[in-house]
Design a protein around this ligand. Structure first.
Ligand code: SF4
Ligand code: SF4
Length: 343
């Protein structure tokens, strides 16, 4: 038998109050494990496995051996004589930019220039845009935004939440990602049907061109902030896993513009840093300590979340928090890490 038993560098573990989690960031899977197994794996990082096992009684040794086989068979861990050859994954996050994603809200009462907002935000080198239109807008208006974002060299991906209109046939919606390849997600609410429109083979690539019609009505920004494993708010990527440790998994490097043109960390947070109609650039706002501080609230600082095994992969919400506390648990997360149940 080889001396050491270690996790693959793509298997990242998180210890919770009652149980732990291993996230396979390469294959996008999660596995719950006991905290005893977590502690055993920690000890095994620096000592030969037989040495560690010898400290347990016979029954525990059998359980741990069974668990090691489980981890090995699921390609989460392996035996080796040379653990130093398998360094841990680099968890540092390097980005030269203050902003990389934004949410722009707009409805029939909005009187700011959305094209000006796109320009100003894209000058910060923001790459990922989300537009949420809470009223019905004409085909010409929506097409204008699609064209503007498509032609903007700073922008890499765009998401839209738009009201259904009669011109939005399946055929029309299916063609949109072909005409506008920067579309990552398009959600059409108030639709006559709930339907996911299949991507054509030409846009069948990783995580792009997703179109979803839903019958739900989305009237305003209050729909946001729901956290549960079925709501696309669990992200098992390495990037998300790393950023959730020290930064806020929703607000880090995010900027928001609400329906009134107010500049915020996201359209639903309280702090206002100015109005998009009255500024020439965003540099002084996005580099200010006050603005950046919201993006620096990691899960380790948040009540309840700091002992939850999902804290490295779930999203966060600082706009809707328990008792409106700055460091309160997200109000729209129903998980209880002390009982391990979704209420
Ligand atoms: S902080 Fe909450 S409301 Fe704001 S974008 Fe994030 S999840 Fe949505
Ligand atoms: S309790 Fe906190 S860490 Fe756990 S799933 Fe909910 S939001 Fe995520």
């Amino acid at each position: 038998m080889q001396d050491y038993f270690i996790l693959f560098s793509s298997s990242l573990k998180t210890k919770g109050v009652n149980r732990s989690l291993i996230t396979d960031v390469q294959r996008n899977h999660i596995f719950t494990i006991s905290n005893d197994l977590y502690d055993f794996l920690e000890t095994c990082e620096n000592r030969p496995v037989q040495d560690v096992l010898s400290e347990y009684d016979q029954e525990s040794q059998e359980i741990l051996t069974e668990n090691m086989n489980f981890l090995k068979n699921n390609e989460l861990a392996f035996f080796t004589n040379n653990p130093s050859k398998f360094p841990k994954i680099d968890k540092s996050i390097n980005s030269p930019y203050s902003i990389d994603n934004c949410i722009i809200d707009y409805n029939e009462t909005s009187d700011y220039s959305i094209l000006n907002a796109i320009n100003l935000i894209s000058y910060t080198n923001c790459k990922h845009f989300q537009f949420r239109f809470f009223s019905r807008f004409s085909q010409e208006f929506i097409t204008d935004i699609l064209l503007k974002t498509e032609k903007n060299d700073h922008i890499e991906t765009v998401e839209y939440i738009i009201h259904y209109d009669s011109y939005m046939s399946f055929k029309y919606l299916e063609m949109l990602p072909l005409m506008f390849p920067k579309i990552r997600n398009l959600v059409v609410y108030s639709s006559p049907d709930n339907k996911v429109i299949r991507r054509t083979s030409e846009v069948e690539r990783s995580n792009m061109g997703n179109i979803c019609m839903i019958s739900d009505i989305i009237k305003d920004d209050s729909h946001c902030g729901v956290i549960n494993p079925f709501y696309a708010t669990f992200n098992r990527s390495l990037e998300k896993h790393n950023s959730a440790v020290d930064f806020n998994s929703c607000l880090n490097r995010k900027i928001g513009v609400d329906i009134n043109g107010s500049i915020k960390n996201c359209p639903s947070t309280k702090e206002v840093y100015g109005n998009i109609s009255n500024i020439k650039d965003l540099d002084s706002i996005v580099s200010s300590r006050e603005f950046k501080s919201m993006g620096e609230i990691g899960k380790a600082n948040i009540k309840v979340c700091k002992v939850c095994e999902f804290r490295d992969i779930c999203s966060d919400c600082r706009a809707y928090t328990t008792d409106n506390e700055r460091l309160g648990k997200p109000e729209k997360c129903n998980y209880d890490p002390f009982k391990n149940v979704w209420n």
